[in-house]
Design a protein around this ligand. Structure first.
Ligand SMILES: [Zn+2]
Length: 505
């Protein structure tokens, strides 16, 4: 969401600091109030280490810094990796007599960036008195013993996505121990170093170290809070399947005057093909497309009904005069697969255009996959649909001259990633327990069956046979993946309390 800053939303709640009733969270608040500067200092030190996944040297420095944070707390850290992969930083708390194990996931790498776009250098963490878009000015860290204003923002790559949960977890452990509270479960930590690069080695790393990473539940501490600032809990993510479709016209571009009305135009042909795949309301018309979608249960349906409506505000913010899906909410629509044209190209446009009939036209499609769907099967359904529109289809290769000469319509399909979606049922006892714990700290939460985008949930679930639930702590307007990424100080404070409650669940 590059620059679509949602901060202007009119429904933002005032920063109400409610009385804290969860004992671990209450201890965490007390601890935090006495140690604000030290907590932020530890965060600043971690944020000062560059964290782009391909920068191996600095990734290693991050991993070692996190291991040192863990070692200071007696968490028996280990750097775990497979050849070519960035280390996953592992740590644990063994609890005598525990009957279950809860793992906490976060990632310490961040998205690449262009430093010229940043108001302050991304790896020089900078405190501002409010968001930049509201005229935020740089301020020094307040001296130890002085309270931070909770609306201040800390600017740095990784501040929100996703080093904040690491610091929140470590601080929560300090607070729990200082208060003499007990852990009930065995606790594990797994902090990944290449999530923003696609988590290419995560599944393999976990599969090669199954016993080390085994847990009954993985809490995936990533993603921002709901747009209204309410705490959210997210039970799934969508995967991506990518397909390129090319349709062909003449061997090379032809003069549009000499041959127009005679030589078929591939751009027109592609447009017809694409409109045959999806109707005006957004419904995908490809046969069997929705067939394997695992339906939502009553608990999920009710949670969707209870989520605050954000559509009108988003439409205003994004300049949208209409939306797809009829009256259905954004949150409901993202529980379904989407069929999206990422981009299209045929010959040239505008001032670069020439009077030609193009030789080919290409569209790149992404299908956002939900639980139950299979990427290969979806690709087959799309390919079959193209055939039924009268095309001769070749897959993952160029059609030959003869194939183009002997078939009225020819299309090429190139299969990219074939991802799948995942979703943990909300009515499982463990899901209900997580909801109750989160709500005991943060009040009524927005519970979403899935997020629209991806997280490496299956990379965890598949090798370990475990469940995942996403627990966000960052502010929704944190500019993650863009320039001027920031964390609102109150979100860090809230995150520490939330993690304390989940750690003692
Ligand atoms: Zn992230």
């Amino acid at each position: 969401m590059k620059r679509y800053v949602l901060a202007a939303m009119v429904f933002l709640l005032p920063a109400v600091v409610a009385a804290q009733t969860n004992p671990a969270a209450r201890s965490a608040r007390l601890w935090r109030q006495q140690h604000e500067r030290a907590i932020v200092d530890e965060f600043v030190a971690l944020l000062s280490i560059p964290n782009i996944a391909r920068d191996r040297e600095n990734i290693q420095r991050n991993a070692e810094a996190i291991a040192a944070m863990m070692a200071r707390r007696g968490l028996a850290p280990k750097l775990v990796s497979v050849p070519g992969g960035n280390p996953v930083v592992f740590g644990e708390i063994r609890t005598p007599g525990a009957t279950r194990t809860v793992a906490f996931y976060a990632h310490y790498d961040g998205q690449p960036f262009d430093p010229k776009e940043w108001a302050s250098p991304p790896f020089e963490p900078t405190l501002r008195d409010k968001p930049l878009e509201d005229g935020g000015r740089v301020i020094p860290l307040p001296p130890a013993g002085t309270a931070f204003d909770p609306e201040w923002r800390l600017y740095a790559r990784g501040a929100a996505d996703d080093k904040a949960p690491i610091v929140a977890l470590m601080t929560a452990i300090d607070a729990i121990r200082a208060a003499g509270l007990a852990f009930k479960a065995n606790i594990k930590f797994a902090f990944e170093g290449e999530e923003e690069a696609g988590s290419l080695n995560l599944e393999q790393t976990l599969a090669a170290n199954k016993d080390l990473f085994a847990a009954d539940l993985w809490l995936m501490c990533d993603a921002p809070l709901y747009q209204t600032r309410r705490q959210s809990i997210i039970f799934g993510a969508r995967g991506v399947t990518q397909i390129d479709i090319t349709v062909y016209g003449p061997r090379g571009e032809l003069h549009s005057g000499h041959y127009g009305n005679w030589a078929p135009n591939p751009a027109m042909s592609l447009a017809r093909l694409l409109t045959s795949m999806k109707d005006d309301t957004g419904r995908v018309l490809i046969d069997h497309f929705y067939e394997d979608v695992e339906p939502l249960g009553p608990v999920e349906r009710q949670a969707l009904d209870e989520a605050p409506a954000i559509e009108a505000e988003l439409m205003r913010e994004f300049w949208l005069g209409s939306t797809e899906g009829g009256a259905r909410s954004l949150n409901e629509l993202i529980t379904m697969p989407s069929f999206n044209i990422r981009g299209m190209a045929s010959s040239r446009t505008g001032a670069q255009a020439s009077n030609v009939i193009p030789a080919s036209a290409t569209a790149t499609i992404d299908v956002r996959m939900v639980k139950g769907m299979d990427g290969r099967k979806t690709v087959q359904q799309v390919t079959e649909h193209i055939r039924r529109q009268g095309f001769f289809v070749v897959v993952d290769r160029e059609p030959t001259a003869d194939e183009r000469r002997t078939h009225p319509k020819v299309a090429k399909v190139v299969i990219g990633l074939t991802g799948v979606g995942s979703r943990t049922p909300m009515d499982l006892p463990i899901s209900q327990e997580v909801i109750a714990t989160v709500e005991s700290v943060r009040g009524r939460a927005v519970k979403l069956p899935t997020m629209g985008g991806g997280l490496p949930l299956l990379a965890v679930e598949r090798p370990l046979g475990t469940r995942t639930i996403v627990i966000p702590i960052g502010n929704h307007d944190n500019h993650q993946h863009s320039f001027d990424e920031n964390l609102r100080i109150q979100n860090l404070w809230d995150g520490i309390e939330l993690m304390a409650a989940l750690l003692t669940m």
